[in-house]
Design a protein around this ligand. Structure first.
Ligand SMILES: [Mg+2]
Length: 187
């Protein structure tokens, strides 16, 4: 099968990284949990264009932060396992206001997973991608994919766990692999 996989919130801990900058460099005590309250139904641009997040973004850019994002534990092994039986492609929606996002994301994917260039897709509408299964954490992408009649897997994170949307819920990479194994054998 062709497995399309999102990056931020699934493989890369974008929120954790941005929260770290915010807490270390900017936050007043009363605001420290702001990013934990990130609600996936709120457009990310709205959240990130607040004054504080323009500062966070500037610091991230100065660190080439997107090129050095932390992975969620087990992400490398997860992709290795998926690659054994499937054609894995990375479907990532760029944050255009971050100047070198596309270059840094490309470098991160190459360095982290040693993937080929033709496996990397930058796109706002992931439902246009050919693929059998989408793995994502963002309700809008999951709902759009499900409307095309294809299976998707919702990676549960603090910012989406209370949001009702399409996708078979998965709490871990192990659960995702089980769902995919089941889909492979049961069509
Ligand atoms: Mg995501």
């Amino acid at each position: 099968m062709i497995i399309a996989i999102d990056v931020d919130g699934v493989l890369a801990d974008f929120v954790g990284y941005m929260l770290g900058i915010y807490n270390e460099e900017i936050a007043k005590p009363q605001n420290k949990q702001l990013l934990y309250h990130y609600n996936a139904t709120q457009p990310i641009d709205t959240l990130l264009e607040t004054e504080d997040f323009i500062k966070v973004r500037g610091i991230a850019e100065s660190q080439n932060g997107i090129e050095h994002l932390p992975t969620y534990e087990g992400a490398e092994d997860f992709i290795k396992q998926l690659n054994r039986g499937h054609y894995v492609v990375f479907a990532t929606s760029p944050y255009w206001r971050y100047k070198n996002w596309v270059w840094e994301r490309h470098a991160w994917l190459k360095n982290t997973f040693n993937c080929e260039d033709n496996r990397i897709f930058f796109m706002q509408d992931k439902s246009l991608l050919a693929g059998d299964i989408l793995i994502d954490d963002y309700p809008k992408h999951l709902d759009a994919w499900a409307k095309t009649g294809r299976t998707c897997i919702k990676v549960i994170r603090p910012w989406n766990e209370k949001i009702n949307c399409a996708g078979i819920p998965a709490e871990s990479f192990e659960e995702i692999l089980s769902i995919i194994a089941y889909s492979s054998t049961n069509g």
